[in-house]
Design a binder for this molecule. Structure first.
Ligand code: HEM
Length: 420
């Protein structure tokens, strides 16, 4: 008898741990009214209280898109995870209702694991009015002139990758939602280690920049730059196509600057890069750096015949919406001409939201586009890029920002002059 209790004890303890963690997590999470209202919404049959939480926890992060895609294919016009109150949505019209309104500006639950990292700044705050400071998310060369080389740089990059993985793990695993449970977990310990490296690095950069500022008496602006993934997306398409695309971009650049090196790139030059702009837009359609936007509803939201109750979490899958065949025929094809004036006419303005839209859209949108143009102008003039991996080999993973799984995006780079 005692032996059996002793053998079963570890399993009982694990069960108890998960049970208590889930109760704590969901006890306050969903008002009773929401359970009743959720029954009237389209969506899959799920477990009582925890809804889809178990399905989500058991998935690998790169499988989440497939789950959402399958749910949306089955349940129209959107799919609600009953009881947990989490919704995923697709139509641009409904997306507009949420994003354009000042009533729905609170960020969703998915942001809360990021707060220990970014602290409460513009990205994670409840509303713009409450924001006094801006977070520094990724401080790197473009933002503050910092080079990420040497051991410190390597450790920083490793810590960013690990922290993103931990944010994702916490967002998927409801037993880690509660701060105390998270603190005493292995993931909590690893996260604290990463955050120490990240915050230390950021603080060092700020210290250095302050010292420089004092010296040069220049303005220091806190920048949040989360587009470190985006410049690479131009390469995520079939090999030959990528080469043709970059050749077209290069001839546009040559038309603007002539054969000489383009050292002094100005705003009027960037305006003329119309083809490059279309390439960047198409890249962000297929690979939006932020593939998922979420909101926490403080008030009821009426979408057509459905009412989504307050205290629900809404997810807008820009990644899936951008690949919807109804909005973009032959959606997997990389075709920059989708963004020509003629082809864009008539497209719903909320059918393309890589920078979100409405009162909480991306404040760095224009800067990001200019930055990408400048970087690509320099790179494509000097080097030829060939995608070694084909798009179907590259699995995307929503690690805070969209990344290739296991960094498996292979690119061959050769100097242009030698290549010709
Ligand atoms: C290609 C590059 C970028 C993409 C695709 C992008 C995308 C986005 C998206 C989709 C959001 C909305 C998130 C949400 O509502 O949940 C956002 C918010 C934000 N972005 Fe960007 N971003 C980029 C670059 C930048 C840059 C360069 C900066 C800063 C200079 C920046 C600063 C911000 C800030 C502060 C917010 C929060 C705005 C708010 O919540 O009120 N972003 N970004």
């Amino acid at each position: 008898m005692w032996l059996m209790i002793l053998l079963l004890a570890p399993f009982l303890l694990i069960f108890l741990y998960f049970f208590v963690a889930l109760i704590i997590c969901y006890k306050w999470d969903t008002p009773k009214r929401n359970y009743v209202m959720a029954k009237k919404l389209p969506g899959p049959k799920t477990l009582p209280i925890i809804g889809l939480a178990l399905d989500i926890a058991l998935l690998k992060p790169h499988e989440l898109n497939d789950l959402c895609s399958a749910l949306l294919a089955k349940h129209k016009p959107f799919s609600a995870s009953r009881s947990m109150g989490s919704l995923i949505k697709l139509s641009p019209g409904d997306t507009k209702e949420i994003l354009k309104s000042t009533k729905y500006i609170s960020k969703g639950l998915e942001y809360f694991p990021i707060i220990p990292w970014l602290r409460t700044g513009l990205l994670t705050s409840k509303g713009k009015a409450q924001v006094k400071t801006r977070p520094i998310f990724t401080v790197h060369k473009t933002a503050m002139g910092t080079k990420l080389h040497g051991q410190e740089g390597e450790e920083y990059i490793k810590a960013v990758t690990k922290a993103c993985a931990m944010v994702m793990k916490r967002a998927q695993d409801p037993t880690l939602f509660n701060d105390y449970f998270f603190y005493f977990s292995w993931s909590g310990y690893q996260t604290r280690k990463c955050l120490k490296t990240l915050h230390q690095f950021t603080e060092n950069v700020i210290k250095e920049r302050r010292a420089e500022y004092r010296k040069k008496k220049q303005n220091l602006t806190d920048l949040q730059t989360d587009n470190n993934e985006s410049s690479s997306v131009i390469l995520k398409k079939p090999r030959r196509e990528a080469e043709l695309e970059s050749d077209k971009v290069v001839s546009e650049i040559e038309d603007i600057f002539g054969p000489q090196e383009c050292k002094d790139i100005r705003k009027e030059h960037l305006k003329k890069m119309e083809y490059l702009e279309k390439v960047l837009k198409e890249s962000l359609r297929l690979y939006p750096s932020v593939p998922y936007i979420s909101r926490w509803l403080e008030q009821d939201l009426v979408l057509g015949e459905y009412t989504i109750p307050a205290q629900s979490n809404i997810g807008i899958m820009s990644y899936l919406m951008h690949r919807s065949p109804e909005l973009y025929p032959d959606p997997e094809k990389f075709d920059p001409e989708r963004f020509s004036k003629e082809n864009s006419a008539g497209r719903h303005p909320f059918a393309y939201i890589p920078f979100s839209a409405g009162p909480r859209n991306c404040i760095g949108q224009r800067f990001a586009m200019m930055e990408e143009k400048v970087i690509l102008t320099q790179l494509l003039r000097k080097f030829r890029f060939e995608a070694v991996s084909s798009p179907d080999q590259v699995k995307c993973i929503p690690y805070v920002v969209l990344r290739p799984l296991n960094s498996e995006l292979m690119v061959r780079i050769t100097p242009r002059r030698n290549a010709e």
